[in-house]
Design a protein. Structure first.
Length: 193
């Protein structure tokens, strides 16, 4: 074994000058999760923090490309994302996860997977009508036309968090304003011990 494999994770975190955290963004398609996640990522990086964004669309192009949108596949999508976030956080990164993650039980399971890594459930609270109006990919129109089965918010349910760690309301706010609400919390959680 090399010295690195024997090194306690806290030593790795100290080398980075930060402690890890997982920020789990949930909300409807078009709510602004990815835009806010990327803005938070840029702001934290500018403050000298080491981060990684795990975006649902990107995960489905690679790690989760074999999964569909059935309830079973959605649960596996969340599990894989949570396990990946945990692995990244173990290295000391602030990991920002941006997934619809429509069910409370699956988000609770993601929190359990995080274990002793600080985990913040962030509800990107955007009304369905606004998400549909934004709809950059035309997904809502296709879902309403019956071309996309099991589409969250239309033909599949979304369970809003009952007690999220932070709710970000995007209606009437810029992406930067929405991101600003989370940055102090992540800077505080990731401050060196």
């Amino acid at each position: 074994m090399t010295w690195h494999t024997l090194q306690p994770r806290e030593n790795r975190w100290a080398c980075l000058g930060q402690r890890p955290a997982i920020a789990w963004f949930t909300g409807l398609s078009g709510a602004g999760k990815s835009s806010i996640a990327n803005a938070v990522d840029r702001a934290l990086t500018a403050q000298g923090r080491h981060t990684m964004v795990l975006d649902g669309d990107n995960l489905r192009l690679g790690l989760n490309r074999d999964l569909g949108f059935s309830p079973r596949d959605r649960a596996e999508n969340i599990r894989r994302a949570a396990e990946t976030a945990r692995l990244m956080a173990e290295t000391g990164l602030i990991t920002i996860v941006s997934l619809i993650s429509p069910f409370r039980a699956e988000r609770a399971a993601a929190r359990l997977i995080a274990g002793d890594i600080p985990f913040l459930e962030i509800f990107i609270d955007t009304p369905l009508a606004i998400c549909e109006a934004r709809d950059p990919k035309g997904l809502y129109d296709r879902a309403r036309a019956g071309k996309i089965p099991d589409f969250t918010g239309i033909s599949a349910p979304y369970e809003a968090p009952e007690a999220p760690d932070l709710t970000i309301t995007t209606h009437g706010c810029s992406v930067a304003d929405s991101a600003r609400a989370l940055i102090p919390a992540l800077l505080g959680l990731s401050a060196p011990a």
